[in-house]
Design a binder for this molecule. Structure first.
Ligand code: EPZ
Length: 433
């Protein structure tokens, strides 16, 4: 049964919210965990669909997965009996392709279905394959599968043509058990790259320079057990920061690393919101309509592409004309048509959105086109005058744990109800009136 969010807009968000572990770090770490035959314990896992699907994918090839609770799992890769990841796993989440690097690194071969297109762009994996081939593996695409095989993996000097989070992580996985030294130039620098590298090092890998554009990996013979806690999710944190500013609220966002949020904080301050940084929390508040600015998404530490729909929604409600340039993905403005139904005036020309701020939105029935756009549309509903229903929330639940419960905890009027359940809609409206 499909669910939807129903939202009554107009209530400023107030209070405290705790951010979970980073989804895009956990995906790389779960793949890395199977590279040892000893037991690995991972804590602070976000309980979201992408994570649960990847845990099923490693169970499907024989790994032992013991879920201690929704945020803690023990994984043992010694029972793996297959190196083939079929299309149905990849179809659910692209990040299953991290099992290419993990299985190639550990077993010197892997067959993983080629991930299809995605809602935000074509998302090729040529740089991943370039890295594996540089390490001495063959990597061919046949019948929709990527088949990789190596007699031996030998360290190599790899220069990425584009800054790619996925390629950086996948090559790091394969290289940490290769013979000799690998250097990845033009590497991605996201906090989740550092987290995966720290995790691998806690298992006995020898990786230096993660977080810079040059990562040096000295291959080791084997990896061992580890107990590790995932870094906080900077995109979940950023989403709540923008929601607090958009609703003219006052929210303390806890369990964050403020440094990871700098690109977002700087922009919120520039348009007139207040941001206070603490050791492991940030407070965001605003009591007025905010101003305009220019945003260009860039690899970390630039403004994150995963925050682009959220900041665009805030700017659509701000004074004046703003521009948002999406330089990472080629099709990440699909939410603009949904916002238009709520009264926004945004014009997309190529990879630039020209945003004329409006004083307010009105509620409407809208559909989430992808994960981060879905979160942005919920923010629009929180601000809009009247009721908004957001369909296809399965996208949102891929990356946000208990999103509506966390928002309710901040005073929002939002509920998850079955689609087309008119009675539930009436009950909610009655409760809000
Ligand atoms: C990761 O995707 C994230 N997903 C994305 O988050 C995030 O938007 C993206 O990094 C950028 O930060 C996960 O970590 C699971 P890329 P990824 O490889 O690794 C091009 C979310 O909302 N490219 O850094 O697929 C590519 O087309 C998701 O959680 C190649 O050309 O992103 C894109 O234009 C959405 N060849 C650019 O690089 C390659 O081999 C950056 O992509 C690989 C990528």
């Amino acid at each position: 049964m499909e669910n939807q969010f129903i939202i009554k807009g107009g209530t400023p968000l107030n209070g405290e919210v705790v951010v979970g572990g980073a989804k895009n770090s956990a995906l790389g770490i779960i793949a890395a965990a199977i590279m040892t035959d000893e037991t690995v314990t991972i804590d602070n896992l976000p309980d979201v669909r992408d994570i649960n699907v990847l845990l099923e994918a490693i169970e499907d090839i024989g790994a032992t997965v013991i879920r201690e609770n929704e945020h803690r799992v023990k994984i043992n890769g010694s029972t793996i009996n297959d190196i083939t990841i079929a299309y149905d796993a990849i179809k659910k989440i692209r990040a299953s392709y991290y099992l290419l690097g993990a299985l190639l690194g550990k077993y010197k071969r892997a067959n993983v279905a080629l991930p299809g297109g995605c809602d935000i762009g074509s998302r090729p994996i040529d740089q991943h394959l370039k890295g594996f081939r540089a390490l001495g593996a063959t990597a061919n695409v046949e019948f929709g599968m990527v088949n990789t095989y190596a007699v031996d993996l030998i360290g190599s000097h790899i220069y990425l043509d584009v800054v790619s989070v996925g390629a950086t992580i996948n090559i790091m996985l394969a290289a940490c058990l290769a013979k000799g030294r690998t250097v990845i130039e033009n590497a991605a620098k996201e906090p989740h790259i550092v987290d995966v590298a720290n995790f691998l090092n806690s298992m006995g890998a020898n990786i230096k320079g993660a977080g810079t554009d040059k990562i040096r990996i000295n291959g080791v013979f084997k990896l061992h057990a580890s107990e590790y806690s995932i870094v906080p999710d900077m995109i979940e944190a950023g989403t709540f920061m923008v929601a607090a500013a958009a609703t003219k609220g006052d929210v303390l966002i806890k369990n964050v690393i403020p440094k990871h949020l700098e690109a977002i904080s700087v922009k919120l301050i520039e348009i007139g919101a207040k941001v206070e940084e603490y050791d492991d929390a940030v407070r965001v508040y605003s009591d007025k309509r905010l101003g305009h600015t220019q945003i260009k998404t860039l690899p970390y530490p630039g403004f994150p592409t995963d925050m682009q729909p959220q900041i665009a929604t805030l700017l659509a409600l701000s004074e004046g004309t703003s521009t948002v340039t999406e330089s990472i993905f080629e099709n990440r403005f699909k939410y603009v048509d949904e916002l238009a139904r709520m009264g926004s005036t945004i014009k997309v020309e190529g990879n630039v959105a020209i945003i004329e701020g409006v004083a307010g939105f009105t509620g409407a029935a809208i559909t989430a086109p992808d994960l981060r756009a879905g979160a942005a549309l919920v923010i629009a509903g929180l601000v809009a005058n009247g009721f908004t229903t957001v369909d296809s929330i399965k996208y949102i639940e891929r990356g946000y744990e208990n999103f509506e419960k966390k928002l309710t905890g901040l005073g929002a009027s939002i509920e998850k109800i079955p689609v087309d359940d008119e009675e539930a809609v009436q009950k909610f409206k009655l409760k809000c009136s």
